[in-house]
Design a protein around this ligand. Structure first.
Ligand code: PEP
Ligand code: MG
Length: 917
């Protein structure tokens, strides 16, 4: 133990160089670049001082010292005491004042300040240096006893509460008692005499809570306060904040000791906060508020309503003029919107702090665009000023942040936005209620393609199970609809039409609110705020487009989605999932007819393949004639539906490439799972319910994700893909005839072997040739594949001999590479992330070290065979910023994502270029 301590001491000593940096009278020992060592505040105070801004002088103790202090078991490292004393002496000289001198007392503030802003997380002490003698001296000098006692009582409160652990409530109670006794409402109505009594009460409280007298020696006060600021770095709230905001790798907080200036010495004094531009709209205007005769915390505390900055022009014209000139100067210097704190003491203006101002998403975009127009910054800098999260927030409604939320459960933030509606548990009910004018939230254990109508009708979707690429999540994102998925604490009872979370029960018809960006389930209605897209939004995205090299496509299945995505800037479709084209309205019935004949039809095909005997073949054809007619007849019925869908999509995307993926899900997904629906199917297709049930059971799979789906369906039933290929090309030729350019790309899903692709592709091409012959017209097209099975990535050089393009299906690739079921991993992935096994949910952000290697390898091997092979991504990761950065680095040609994520992808792709330069 002793050895360990000694080692720590040596380490601390070895690291220790200069620990304290002075600033004052136009000179500073540091500058803005020294944020890591002096914190943002300290570095900026030094910088401002050198710039000639009127900053009260002071000194900053380094973040390294905080680290050493905490390592040494909350002790000052050797040499610090002397360095602090030296700087106090310097400060005394600069101010012409002395610690504890009643005639000319030096008073200081002690503030924390890390390299990254952590608002309100750590401690501040004001008016340090006050004691009985100094207070008497101030009264004698200024004749303002009220002011002297007021700052003294504030100091005892702050020092007691923040530094020594007294209860602030005790001080509050004493102040309240004094106000009641005086018959006044506000602190500033207490007289000097009354405040003098408050000071004595506060000292008594201090003694009772701390056990010693309130210290009269300013050096003792300073030492304790520095310790408190250093110690607050490790306070639970600060640790939590850093975790929440992902702040890592910092040494600690710096301590800023600065001469006090007073905004509360009378009516020629004041204090305020100002922004160089409007932080909520981004408008270029001076913005801020202030209070006359007040100290900084009065503005924040909200006891008195501050005045709009523009009134200062009349109240104190000289100070206003000086302040606005400084605002312009500092913004120009830092090349960003500044958030400044100022104090006016007896008409003299001081700037206490400046930093890059926090702003809304709307303001971030407006600022970025305006500053480029003003030639303050270059487009590349502007592009880095807006985060993808801000862009995301802009595109969806959000909850009014001023309204409290009763969060009853949390799930995965599957699709952003905010939704308020009445709970329903059934997709049909959702549709019926929506038709009747109600706003509904569809609550399901998990969703399936059967629920699509209800999902469309609902304003938000909540599921008990499922992950970030579950059906609910993918579909909701595509629809731009808020979704919270995998909220395990929500226990749904379909029979009772209710769900419970602990002791809370929510019934059908009750209102809930969903917050899809944080994954919150909230009881009752929370007011929402609609997004506003300003003109700057389009200009900003155009700036991104000029920088990015990745193409941006969209995942869209309907003409409506395609158009929306195009309006958002999509340069084509990277994935049209065709399964919904089997589901909508009436078309589900021929699909089900087809499925009922599927077994016999497959038996016929196998039989015919196995025999060369004509007689045997004829017998087989006779035996299965009914099944053949039913199967192929059903596909014929489907053809016009699909053709119409494709015509709509090709028109909406005229001139841009459209990748259509052929049927992917297993057939059982098209059969009704619930008994009532099975009965309906039996009635409709004129068969027994038993037959339906038998077929459902026959198609049951233990692990459908690894079952009979994707191109495997086409190996068994080539007619399905043939019908789809025909529908695509007939539609393409039809649209081409109208003079529009169509660029169809047919995509075969789920291949694991080049042979699978070769077989399926041959059928597809054969059918397309037939169409060309029949229509006496032809056009260019491509046939490519998804890379979503690890074996396809590992053998991508072989696959590329057949594939004319690759699109990485990273949803399945993640599922299969990591062995996590897309629909079940939600149950435990949260714990995995919490324990740091994986930094983030791999279905949300691409696992670059593992799954990413397969992508990288796929691209390299594919392009080895086929030079310049077009490679894209169409998994959900295609809209996630860190994954987009990865896609840029491994040289993909484009990313494809849901329409609402297209603007985010445009930004993220531009940022990837700048970041990786
Ligand atoms: C994928 O697997 O990444 C993909 C896009 O296909 P789906 O999500 O439809 O399986
Ligand atoms: Mg897939």
């Amino acid at each position: 133990m002793a050895k360990k301590k000694a080692a720590k001491k040596t380490a601390a000593k070895a690291k220790a160089g200069k620990r304290v940096y002075f600033f004052g009278n136009g000179k500073a020992e540091a500058n803005a670049k020294m944020k890591a060592l002096l914190g943002g505040k300290g570095a900026n105070l030094a910088e401002m001082t050198s710039l000639g801004v009127p900053v009260p002088p002071g000194f900053t103790i380094s973040t390294q010292t905080c680290s050493d202090f905490n390592q040494l078991g909350k002790k000052w490292p050797r040499g610090l005491k002397e360095e602090v004393a030296k700087n106090v002496a310097k400060l005394e000289k600069a101010m012409g004042a002395k610690f504890g001198d009643p005639k000319k007392p030096l008073l200081v503030s002690v503030r924390s300040g890390a390299a990254v802003s952590m608002p309100g997380m750590m401690d501040t002490v004001l008016n340090l240096g006050l004691n009985d003698a100094v207070v008497a001296g101030i009264i004698e000098k200024t004749g303002n006893a009220r002011f002297a006692y007021d700052i003294y009582r504030r100091f005892i409160d702050m020092f007691g509460d923040v530094v020594m652990g007294c209860h602030h409530a005790h001080f509050e109670a004493a102040l309240h008692k004094a106000k009641v006794k005086a018959g006044v409402e506000n602190d500033n109505e207490l007289t000097a005499e009354q405040l003098k009594v408050v000071v004595e009460d506060y000292k008594a409280i201090y003694k009772k809570d701390v056990g010693t007298m309130f210290p009269q020696d300013p050096m003792v006060q300073l030492t304790h306060s520095v310790n408190a600021v250093f110690g607050s770095w490790d306070a639970p709230r600060a640790i939590k904040y850093r975790q929440m905001e992902n702040i890592t790798g910092l040494l600690g907080t710096a301590v800023n000791v600065q001469a006090m200036v007073f905004g509360n010495m009378g009516d020629d004094c004041g204090t305020g906060v100002c922004f160089t531009r409007n932080p909520s709209t981004g408008k270029k205007e001076f913005y801020g508020e202030y209070l006359i005769n007040a100290q900084g915390e009065d503005v924040v505390a909200g006891i008195r309503t501050p005045l709009d900055l523009k009134h200062l022009k009349k109240d104190m014209p000289k100070a206003y003029k000086q302040l606005t000139a400084l605002m312009t100067k500092l913004e120009k210097h830092y090349k960003d919107m500044q958030d400044m704190e100022f104090t006016i003491q007896e008409k003299v203006l001081y700037i206490l702090q400046t930093r890059n101002g926090k702003r809304t998403a709307e303001a971030a975009i407006t600022n970025a665009v305006d500053m480029v127009k003003e030639k303050m910054i270059k487009p590349a800098e502007a592009v880095m000023r807006v985060t993808p999260e801000q862009m995301d927030r802009l595109l969806h409604p959000h909850f009014d942040s001023k309204v409290a939320r009763n969060v009853i459960a949390t799930g995965l933030p599957a699709s952003p936005g905010a939704a308020v509606g009445q709970v329903v548990f059934d997709a049909d009910v959702a549709e019926a209620w929506a038709k009747a004018g109600k706003t509904v939230i569809l609550v399901r254990i998990e969703t399936s393609p059967e629920d699509i109508g209800g999902m469309d009708a609902a304003v938000g979707i909540l599921t008990q199970r499922g992950g970030m690429t579950s059906h609910a999540a993918v579909v909701a994102r595509g629809m731009g609809k808020c979704c919270v998925a995998g909220a395990g604490d929500v226990v749904i009872n379909y029979k009772k039409k209710s769900f419970t979370v602990g002791k809370t029960t929510v019934k059908e018809g009750d209102f809930i609110s969903l917050e899809g960006t944080e994954g919150q389930v909230i009881l009752g209605k929370v007011p929402t705020v609609e997004p506003k897209l300003s003109g700057s939004f389009g200009l900003f995205l155009k700036m991104c487009d000029k920088i990015r090299t990745l193409g941006i496509r969209t995942n869209a299945d309907t003409p409506g989605d395609s158009k929306r995505a195009r309006d958002f800037g999509a340069e084509g479709i990277g994935l049209t999932r065709t399964e919904h084209m089997f589901f909508e309205g009436e078309r589900i019935w021929p699909v089900r007819e087809m499925i009922l004949a599927a077994d016999d039809y497959a038996a016929l095909l196998t039989g015919l393949a196995d025999t060369e005997c004509k007689k045997e073949a004829a017998a087989l054809n006779k035996q299965y004639a009914g099944a053949k007619k039913q199967f192929e007849g059903a596909l014929k019925k489907l053809l016009p539906y699909q053709r119409k869908d494709f015509v709509g999509i090709f028109k909406a995307m005229a001139g841009l490439p459209v990748t259509v993926r052929l049927l992917d899900p297993p057939l059982h997904e098209f059969l009704p799972q619930e008994v009532a629906n099975q009965k309906e199917m039996a009635k409709r297709l004129k068969i027994t319910p038993k037959k339906v049930q038998e077929q459902v059971e026959a198609l049951h799979e233990f692990n459908p994700m690894l079952g009979h789906r994707g191109c495997r369906l086409a190996v068994t039933y080539p007619a399905i893909y043939r019908m789809q290929a025909r529908a695509i090309m007939e539609a393409a030729l039809q649209v081409k005839k109208t003079g529009k350019k169509v660029l169809p790309e047919i995509m075969i899903p789920l291949i694991g072997s080049v042979k699978e692709l070769a077989i399926v592709k041959a059928d597809v091409i054969d059918e397309i040739q037939k169409v060309f012959k029949e229509k006496k017209s032809k056009m260019p097209y491509m046939v490519g594949t998804m890379i979503e099975i690890p074996r396809a990535a590992l053998t991508a050089d072989e696959v590329a001999t057949e594939a004319e393009f690759f699109s990485f299906g990273t949803n399945d690739l993640t599922q299969m590479a990591m062995g996590f079921s897309r629909d079940d991993a939600g149950k435990f992935l949260g714990e995995y992330v919490k324990q740091g096994i994986y930094a983030v949910d791999p279905f949300q952000a691409l696992d670059q070290t593992g799954v990413g290697k397969l992508v990288e390898m796929g691209v390299k091997l594919g392009r080895k065979t086929r030079k310049g092979l077009k490679c894209g991504i169409c998994g959900e990761h295609g809209g996630e910023p860190s994954s987009i950065d990865f896609c840029h680095r491994v040289g993909l040609n484009y990313v494809s994502c849901s329409p609402f994520r297209v603007p985010i992808a445009r930004l993220a792709a531009a940022q990837a270029v700048i970041r990786n330069k």
